[in-house]
Design a protein around this ligand. Structure first.
Ligand SMILES: [Zn+2]
Length: 401
């Protein structure tokens, strides 16, 4: 996630904090302090701040444990987990890849809410012990109001919130955990991940709009519901955009899988030689041919790629005397083959943040694939209703009219 800092590693998984998390820490501390002051009147003022802070901080630890449960199960099933990020609405586990079958997705998704349920239950037991006995001096800090204690307030809040989180996360709309559980069930039943994701995303959007509507009703029609209402609207908006993103991603994959690089790559490409001057490259290739990246070829072999950003730091007066060789990217050159699938090519471009990728056959450059080509293909396939996955005809066969 952009705008986050690494704070450490747990069991080999990197943990990061998004800047909105700090905002949440402050807002929740304040809101909870306010809440505690109505539920437990008579404390010293600073006690409400301490209680608010401790409750919020422990809640975030619980969210982290929930995410760790997802990540550790994912890793035990052979999926690479890159990191966990905490942000204003909780946590996300960043998986480097999606689960390969519905069984893995089911277990991975359900373990999160189960963890929250267990945590809620543990805090409920702590709360219960505090209400019945005074044997836990740590939690039984006496305060002027008598029986009510700091520990009681915090344990009660954490019991309630963890159970509420488990229930919220079990709602069957994608991308919530419940939506993933639901998707894995449809995926198992239909054998089609795309269809399953679409259905789960639609339900995710229904919940998203439901939250927004509930938020509006709360904000307008209840007496003290304004902040709660705003919160509901925010959560609803987040659910909607996350559902949109995941269905977009899947639609993209669906359109691109089965389409070969050879079908859309540019075959008639400009190349330069290692001894070509930067001046010539800029005037002829970048300005006149409107290219942003050019392969560098020597004796029909690709030796590098040169892009506009490579020459940005070179002062223009040096252009006539500098050969391409001096500024081009050399190793590693990421390339695809004509028979590769577009999904694979896009994945590679995303992974290394490339705008274009050379296409090679046995080391010989046969074409270039750019992001613009892929976007152009996507627009065309939408307009003409071409679906990538249905293109199972071998290249060269006529197909059905
Ligand atoms: Zn979860």
């Amino acid at each position: 996630m952009r705008g986050s800092w690494r704070v450490g590693r747990i069991a080999g998984i990197e943990v990061g904090i998004h800047y909105t998390w700090l905002l949440a820490l402050f807002i929740f501390t304040w809101l909870l302090g306010q809440g505690f002051s109505t539920t437990y009147p008579g404390w010293y003022t600073y006690f409400y701040w301490i209680a608010g802070f401790l409750a919020t901080f422990t809640l975030f630890i619980c969210v982290l444990i929930h995410e760790l449960a997802h990540s550790l199960v994912a890793r035990s099933r052979g999926l690479a987990v890159s990191s966990i990020t905490l942000f204003i609405l909780g946590g996300v586990s960043n998986l480097a890849e999606e689960p390969a079958n519905p069984g893995v997705e089911f277990v991975m998704a359900i373990v999160g809410p189960l963890t929250s349920l267990v945590l809620g239950f543990i805090f409920w037991i702590i709360w219960y012990v505090i209400t019945r006995t005074w044997v836990l001096p740590v939690f039984s800090v006496h305060i002027p109001a008598g029986k009510q204690t700091l520990g009681l307030a915090i344990a009660g809040f954490l019991a309630y919130t963890n159970i509420a989180l488990a229930i919220f996360n079990l709602l069957p709309g994608f991308p919530l955990d419940g939506g993933r559980v639901f998707r894995s069930i449809i995926w198992r039943a239909t054998g089609n991940l795309y269809k399953a994701t679409n259905i789960a995303s639609i339900i995710g959007r229904v919940f998203g709009w439901g939250f927004i509507l509930a938020g509006v009703v709360l904000a307008i029609f209840t007496r003290f519901g304004f902040l709660n209402g705003l919160w509901f609207i925010f959560v609803g908006w987040f659910l909607n955009s996350a559902a949109d993103n995941s269905s977009l991603e899947v639609t993209l994959k669906e359109h691109l899988s089965g389409v070969l690089v050879a079908q859309i790559m540019e075959k008639d490409i400009e190349t330069v030689r290692p001894d070509t001057t930067i001046d010539y490259l800029v005037q002829t290739i970048f300005v006149q041919k409107r290219k942003r990246a050019v392969p560098v070829v020597e004796n029909e072999t690709l030796v590098g790629v040169i892009t506009i950003s490579d020459i940005k730091t070179l002062p223009p007066e040096k252009w006539p005397v500098t050969p391409v060789l001096q500024v081009m990217h050399r190793e590693p050159i990421h390339a695809v083959k004509p028979e590769d699938d577009l999904n694979m090519a896009m994945k590679l471009m995303a992974q290394y943040d490339l705008n274009q990728i050379p296409v090679l056959t046995q080391g010989k450059l046969v074409g270039m694939l750019t992001r613009a080509d892929v976007i152009n293909y996507l627009q065309l396939s939408q307009e003409l209703h071409i679906k990538g996955r249905n293109k199972t005809n071998p290249p060269g066969s006529a197909g059905k009219p």
